[in-house]
Design a protein around this ligand. Structure first.
Ligand SMILES: NC(=O)c1ccc[n+]([C@@H]2O[C@H](COP(=O)([O-])OP(=O)(O)OC[C@H]3O[C@@H](n4cnc5c(N)ncnc54)[C@H](OP(=O)(O)O)[C@@H]3O)[C@@H](O)[C@H]2O)c1
Length: 334
């Protein structure tokens, strides 16, 4: 099968399209023929080893000391089940599915095996493969952090970095949980963020949300520009600061800052993605309560171009790689 492979860390030029062995499902696994996948900020970090401050060594230990341990990137997929292992009961050949492999990656390929009990769900018939592929990364990250922050009806929530994959999901999920939401982004994305349901949108280049006098119950930072030292004064007593992107010093000082300030800091990786969460997110999409923002679509063999766009740190929602070549070329011509 074809896969996008990398054997050394670096820029998008390290990516190559190569033939690799097609995987064979174990007893409890399904073999998925991938129709669409995404390039995320997670792929950028794993490819470049560009980690938040203080995480350089840990990141190398995690992804591979001398080179990548997993040569195929990609955390999200949507496609059809081609075969199932003997013990599989939830899926059968021909089912349309979408799933999330997280740190195990391996979705930038024509096929991927996944355990049937992992974060894998039936694709809602209303969604295209491209849309379904874009549900999980931002959706499960935002969902996990909003749950940890115990966002409740009436809470005032600020999402810093509201136009990316995590931010677009966080704005909509916080609204779904009944919060009053403010999104912070660049001028060109204000309209997008409002269209996702944000009650207010702030252009970070012209207004500093920490100086406008407004206090929030929850500040969720996906951009790494709202650490506790900056956000503390904008949090109500009992408020929660959610650092989706945190440096090691911020992570280590979080318990002390939380204890001494009557505000709670929530940080660290998301590790609790479940198939029920994918079902929950898909149902919201079907009900029209969660809109998937797809910035650009690229044909599979032009993955390096997709990475170049993701590397800017300014994508809107998700960047999709499609294995349906005709569709991809029509929507993103050379
Ligand atoms: N903790 C975890 O488990 C976990 C899980 C997933 C992701 N992450 C991390 O979360 C971060 C965000 O991920 P993502 O996939 O959402 O990234 P993304 O899609 O690239 O979005 C990043 C967003 O940040 C905004 N931004 C850039 N500079 C900003 C600033 N100065 N102020 C406010 N917003 C700014 C950009 O909006 P504009 O274009 O409008 O500037 C962009 O939309 C990444 O660093 C990723 O590594 C952590």
């Amino acid at each position: 099968m074809k896969a996008i492979v990398y054997s050394r860390y670096g820029g998008p030029e390290v990516l190559e399209v190569r033939e690799v062995p097609k995987p064979v499902p174990r007893e409890d696994e399904v073999l998925i023929r991938i129709r669409a996948t995404t390039v995320t900020s997670g792929d950028w970090r794993a490819r470049s080893l560009d980690a938040p401050a203080g995480f350089g060594l840990m990141s190398r230990l995690f992804f591979g000391i001398t080179g990548p341990r997993q040569p195929i990137l990609g955390t999200e997929l949507a496609g059809e089940v081609e075969a199932v292992g003997k013990a599989v009961t939830r899926f059968k050949a021909g089912d349309a599915v979408f799933g999330f492999t997280g740190a195990a990656m391996g979705c930038h390929a024509e096929y991927r095996c996944m355990p049937e009990r992992g974060p894998l769900a039936h694709k809602p018939s209303k969604l295209t493969y491209e849309e379904a592929a874009a549900i999980s990364f931002g959706g499960t990250t935002a969902l996990s952090f909003l749950r940890r922050a115990e966002v409740r009806r009436g809470d005032r929530v600020l999402v810093n970095g509201a136009s990316g994959a995590v931010g677009t999901a966080a704005v909509q999920l916080a609204k779904h949980f009944g919060a009053e939401v403010t999104g912070v982004c660049s001028a060109g994305n204000l309209e997008l963020v409002r269209s996702l349901g944000a009650d207010a949108a702030i252009d970070y280049a012209t207004e500093d949300f920490t100086r406008n006098g407004v206090k929030y119950d929850v500040i969720l930072d996906t951009a790494g520009t709202a650490p506790f030292s900056r956000s503390e004064g904008s949090l109500r007593e009992g408020g929660r600061l959610v650092l989706v992107l945190a440096s090691l010093p911020e992570l280590l000082s979080a318990p002390w800052s939380s204890w001494t300030s009557k505000r709670k800091i929530i940080a660290g990786p998301v590790t609790d993605q479940r198939s029920e969460d994918l079902g929950f997110l898909a149902a919201l999409v079907e009900e029209g309560k969660l809109r998937l923002v797809i910035d650009r679509r690229y044909p599979f063999d032009r993955a390096a171009e997709a990475h170049r766009h993701v590397d800017t740190g300014h994508k809107r929602g998700s960047v999709v790689l499609t294995l349906d070549e005709d569709l991809a070329r029509a929507s993103h011509p050379a």
